[in-house]
Design a protein around this ligand. Structure first.
Ligand code: BTN
Length: 247
């Protein structure tokens, strides 16, 4: 995949710009990067704090695959960030919390927000993967309410890397994994995800709109990448989105 990088000093949200460009026909591999975002968005309509010092970007993809496989791209991007961090930062052991939070010692340093549009025939027109990595933020850069739950790579590690270095390494990992996934499917991806996650085997609560809708042990991913959860009565359900909290 040929990457075409477009840098901005400030955007409302790289996802908004990437979706606009994709709707205008931007090719697969278009990457929108902003030094800061004024309206960064997270999952569940949350605000994503995006001051300068972080890596905020969105990738336009046009995979020729069924819409139900698109959620796997979020897992793929998470594993690609994880591999990037392990390669660049010594003594860092990031873990993935299903589906797409990357944590260091339980604190979040990366989130992923994916969007998709189908064409009139119901096929995938484009997917946009929006990725936020707290690379070089300092403690003072985090809003008060995130100080206990969020962290940056700079705060965590003795190593320093620029946002652009992290981006270039990520794009290398991502393109290799993406073409493998397109050719061979999800087996390798799920295997890498499972060996780096901190969700399976844990007692979790699945939430919708902050309400607990199911509680049990996370047992596995299913063949589509959805999370299988079994409650104490032995009832098993799969969740392909939602918010979980690990207990
Ligand atoms: C989450 O809630 O964990 C997802 C956060 C995703 C944030 C990234 S930053 C780049 C892109 N632009 C946005 O507005 N959001 C995503």
């Amino acid at each position: 995949m040929r990457m075409q990088l477009q840098y901005y000093d400030i955007l409302e949200s790289t996802n908004i710009t990437a979706v606009e460009k994709a709707a205008e026909g931007a090719p697969e591999g278009t990457v929108i990067i902003a030094a800061k975002q004024s309206q960064g968005s997270g999952r569940m309509n949350r605000v994503w704090s995006s001051p300068s010092g972080g890596l905020w970007f969105s990738i336009v993809l046009r995979p020729k695959t069924a819409p139900e496989h698109i959620a796997q791209l979020t897992l793929l991007a998470g594993v690609a960030v994880l591999k990037t961090v392990k390669k660049l930062y010594r003594n860092c052991s990031p873990k993935i919390k299903w589906p797409n939070d990357l944590l260091l010692d339980g604190k979040k340093f990366c989130g992923i927000l994916s969007e998709m549009r189908l064409d009139e025939k119901g096929a995938v027109d484009y997917a946009v993967l929006g990725i936020g990595v707290n690379v070089n933020l300092q403690e003072k850069d985090f809003p008060e309410e995130l100080k206990n739950t969020a962290v940056s790579l700079l705060m965590y590690s003795a190593d320093y890397h620029s946002c652009n270095e992290v981006l270039m390494n990520f794009l290398n990992e991502f393109t290799a994994m993406y073409s493998e996934w397109l050719s061979n499917g999800s087996d390798n991806l799920f295997c890498e995800w499972k060996s780096n996650n901190c969700t399976i085997g844990k007692n979790i609560q699945v939430k919708d709109d902050d309400k607990v809708i199911f509680e049990g042990i996370a047992v596995d991913l299913n063949s589509q990448g959805a999370l299988l959860v079994r409650n104490e009565c032995g009832i098993q359900r799969s969740f392909d989105f939602g918010e979980i909290s690990i207990r």
